[in-house]
Ligand binder design. Structure first.
Ligand code: BES
Ligand code: MN
Ligand code: MN
Length: 456
């Protein structure tokens, strides 16, 4: 694909400029104050798809944020690749920890710094630019469809009904997603699994109002003390989760697979020094790579209650709350785990408090085979672009819609991600390497080429 490559070379600076333009749009899906910006981002994608030469472009309204669709059908007899990505981003807070504005992208040391630079605007946009390059070069080898949503970061609630309603429109042979990471540009990898998710919010209520902690302290349950103790009891001294039945459906990974997994290049010292921690922490009997991929977890994402302002206020708070996520592995079921959590959490609450558990979104874990045509095509594309065979590696993150694609549309997904774990996604100073952006744009057409060849 010589002409495609030379189009990329000749237009790459503009590709960067356009990404910066999109990164200036604060498309925060979680915050309704930004709904207009989210829509503006969807319209930006419509414009760019139009310029790139896609057909049948539609901005689909949903009960939440819009979904952008577009396609190029060159021959119905050829295979069709459905590209999925998301243009919404996580809230940027805490703002004071950013060295430049989250929606004021800057380029520093070969990286683009902005919220969404890697997750997922930068990675999603690579597909539009790869498509534009193939179109201009006259080298698009198969059909392509795009489905770009604006609610991934809030659980993709409206995408499932959308897929169910538009099965025919979305009919394709494979779904291609760039929304994960690789080990490094020197050691490319392909993501072969994602964890599932169960997310709950808990509320512990003690007395009917905040009390003087001297007058009442010692005689009335303090919800913050109680909640802390309840949360602490959810893991034992070996890092095992104590919810009865939690591990019942966990598939045991074979020793051979664990051995292969741990052979991937990984330095525990680098890991610790990059995070400035003296030691790692987790489930006994598993390595860091295993703890973050093949084992389920339970983490508090936020906890609050009582006085957190300046100085010292003596108060016995009436309420304590926490947001808790559990990452799941095959074959744990999100709804089952949420129910087990709820039953257990209610059962361990002392009579002195009331406990409420409210479920948020969930997601099913998935593992993809490495002997399929789609994996082989992704492998061949990386080999050609990087000169190295990629390592298959499961990821600890979640993209709940991937399992749904298979369930609802019956289509398998390839996770061809170009981010790095150190890209600070969901954190302050999110970044994306310009070299990663470029490699992604160069690798995607090669996936199209190899996939079309292998499929026919
Ligand atoms: N792109 C991420 C998921 C991801 C990141 C997978 C890195 C693999 C490596 C996605 O946007 C995300 O953040 N997903 C959420 C779940 C969602 C339901 C909010 C997550 O994993 O926390
Ligand atoms: Mn993402
Ligand atoms: Mn994300």
């Amino acid at each position: 694909m010589i002409a495609t490559q030379s189009f990329i070379d000749g237009n790459f600076d503009r590709f960067v400029e356009e990404l910066l333009e999109m990164l200036r749009i604060p498309s925060i899906s979680a915050d309704s104050a930004y709904a207009d910006d989210v829509r503006r981002n969807a319209e930006f994608i419509v414009d760019k798809m139009t310029e790139a030469g896609a057909d049948n472009i539609q901005l689909f309204e949903t009960a939440g944020h819009p979904i952008v669709y577009g396609e190029k059908i060159i021959d119905p007899k050829l295979p069709t690749v459905l590209v999925y990505g998301h243009y919404d981003v996580q809230p940027p807070d805490p703002l004071e920890l950013w060295t430049s504005g989250p929606f004021d992208p800057v380029i520093k040391d070969g990286n683009i710094y902005a919220r969404g630079a890697c997750d997922d605007k930068g990675q999603m946009y690579m597909h539009l630019k790869a498509f534009e390059a193939m179109m201009n070069a006259g080298e698009l080898p198969c059909n392509v469809k795009f489905m770009i949503e604006g609610e991934e970061e809030v659980g993709s609630d409206n995408l499932e009904p959308f897929c169910k309603e538009h099965k025919e429109l979305l009919a394709s042979d494979v779904i291609l997603v760039s929304d994960t990471s690789m080990i490094s540009l020197e050691t490319p990898s392909i993501t072969t699994g994602l964890r599932g998710l169960s997310y709950v919010e808990v509320k512990v209520t003690g007395p009917n109002r905040d009390l003087h902690s001297g007058v009442y302290g010692g005689a009335v349950a303090n919800p913050v003390n109680i909640l802390s103790k309840m949360i602490a009891s959810l893991q034992d001294e070996n890092g095992h989760i104590t919810i009865p039945g939690f591990y019942d459906d966990v598939v045991t990974v074979s020793d051979a697979e664990r051995k292969q997994m741990n052979a991937a290049p990984f330095s525990l010292d680098d890991y610790k020094s990059e995070l400035e921690i003296d030691d790692v922490h987790g489930e006994a009997g598993y390595t860091t790579l295993e703890r973050t991929t093949i084992r389920p977890t339970l983490d508090v994402n936020g906890i609050w209650g009582g006085y957190i302002g300046e100085g010292a206020k003596t108060v016995l708070p009436s309420i304590a709350q926490a947001k808790i996520s559990m990452r799941l592995v095959p074959n744990q079921d999100s709804d089952t785990i949420t129910r087990l959590f709820q039953e257990h959490f209610e059962s361990i609450a002392p009579k002195s408090v009331k406990v409420e558990v409210s479920p948020h979104h969930g997601g099913t874990p998935c593992v993809t085979p490495t002997d399929s045509i789609e994996y082989k095509a992704a492998e061949a594309a990386i080999e050609e672009a990087f000169g190295k065979t990629p390592i298959p590696q499961r990821s600890g993150g979640s993209i709940p819609i991937v399992a749904l694609f298979e369930e609802v549309l019956g289509i398998k997904t390839v996770l061809l991600g170009f981010g790095l774990d150190s890209d600070n996604i969901h954190s302050p100073n999110e970044k994306y390497g310009i070299a990663n952006y470029r490699k992604g744009i160069e690798t995607i057409p090669l996936f199209f080429k190899h996939y079309t060849k292998m499929k026919s």
